[in-house]
Design a binder for this molecule. Structure first.
Ligand SMILES: NC(=O)c1ccc[n+]([C@@H]2O[C@H](COP(=O)([O-])OP(=O)(O)OC[C@H]3O[C@@H](n4cnc5c(N)ncnc54)[C@H](OP(=O)(O)O)[C@@H]3O)[C@@H](O)[C@H]2O)c1
Length: 347
């Protein structure tokens, strides 16, 4: 018997810590069994698109996919959604091949997400898994680019994995910054303030997080200093570039960030290769770095390669798209909670 679960029924039952642990386990399985995962696949017609994230986690006994559909548009230099349907998890028992659950909707991990805004909650959790692996353990100052949905979630996720005391945030609109600061102060007991200049986010921060929807760099490498960590979430697809008529591939960080990074981490390299992500492909084309020098989450989690080796290193986590293995880790967690609480309809 499988369960049909409305993700809203899990509200208040999934902590940020447990979600991070579940995604970490998913990527550990990916490192142990890379052939049981594949990059997300996206098909697109004009501004319509469907994205499928397949993956399997044998140690968690879950495999399947996460699927979603959007209509998207561009306003100035930023991507926006004209429509985004509810996400769907399809989770099988990887060992028996029986269907375990269909979960409708992104998981309700953060208390401030309204139902209309409730997609993409998983992204900040993946960001936290990678950041936790390579950022210095004593990061206290968080520099944040963006004041939207992902920025809110990244603030909470980053302050869950590190002893953050101070947050500096920049986005282009002063009104958005003020609103963000006022709102997030009600959720986090932190010194949160907006800054007028983007470089004031990065200079002096321990941990820098780019959680924007920009097409052009928000963070420049000339602002970085030794010991800092950068996490960046914008990725581009060939389809988005063509549809938006962009002259250049989307970027969130400039080449100098990549040049100055002593180590670069991604979710899985293949994702950026097939989608030609600008933040990595353009510096690679110029010889600034190479795929051989870029490591994957699963490789560090399984001890196949090292992460940060000194407090002086600048590290970069290019969070190059949530993966099926992370979603399946979360699906396993959601199924366990639903089964123990009697949530969902048997189908
Ligand atoms: N890696 C992944 O797995 C993954 C998954 C899902 C989504 N994403 C990314 O997340 C993005 C959507 O984020 P969202 O839902 O948070 O969007 P959102 O709610 O529309 O917020 C986007 C924010 O970016 C800010 N922004 C735009 N340009 C900026 C710049 N140059 N400097 C600083 N801030 C800037 C905007 O504020 P102002 O207008 O005030 O500047 C706004 O606050 C998507 O574009 C996608 O690329 C990544």
């Amino acid at each position: 018997m499988a369960l049909l679960i409305d993700s809203r029924d899990l509200a208040g039952l999934i902590s940020v810590e447990d979600a991070i642990d579940a995604v970490r386990k998913g990527f550990t399985d990916q490192g142990n069994a890379p052939s049981f995962s594949a990059p997300k696949t996206r098909i697109q017609y004009e501004d319509r698109r469907i994205t499928v994230h397949p993956g399997g986690c044998p140690s968690l006994e879950v495999s399947g996919m996460f699927i979603h559909a959007e209509r998207f548009t561009f306003k100035g230099d930023a991507q926006q959604y004209n429509g985004a349907g509810r996400r769907v998890y399809v989770a099988y028992n990887s060992e028996t091949a029986e269907l375990r659950a269909i979960i409708v909707g992104s998981l309700p991990i953060y208390p401030f997400d309204t139902f209309e805004e409730s997609f993409g909650t998983e992204t900040s959790i993946t960001s936290a898994v990678g950041t936790d692996l390579i950022a210095r353990s004593d990061c206290k100052v968080l520099g944040l680019y963006g004041t939207g949905l992902q920025a809110r979630r990244h603030l909470v996720a980053m302050s869950t994995i590190r002893p953050i005391e101070e947050v500096r945030v920049y986005s282009r609109s002063a009104e958005n910054r003020e609103k963000f600061v006022a709102e997030m102060k009600t959720h986090c007991d932190l010194d949160i303030r907006g800054v007028d200049n983007p470089q004031d986010v990065a200079i002096g921060a321990d941990l820098i997080c780019c959680a924007t929807n920009t097409n052009v760099p928000a963070l420049y490498g000339e602002w970085l200093s030794p010991g800092q960590h950068v996490t960046s979430i914008v990725n581009s697809t060939k389809g988005v570039k063509e549809q938006a008529g962009l002259a250049k591939t989307r970027r969130e960080i400039d080449d100098e960030v990549v040049r100055r990074a002593d180590m670069i981490l991604v979710n899985i390299r293949e994702q950026s290769i097939v989608e030609e992500h600008g933040d990595l492909c353009e510096p690679i084309e110029q010889g600034i770095t190479s795929w051989d020098d870029i490591v994957e989450l699963g490789e560090i989690l399984t001890g196949k390669t090292k992460g940060r080796t000194s407090d002086e290193q600048i590290t970069l986590f290019k969070q190059n798209s949530d993966q099926g293995v992370g979603f399946m880790g979360l699906a396993g967690l959601a199924c366990d909670i639903a089964e123990s609480k009697g949530i969902g309809i048997e189908i």
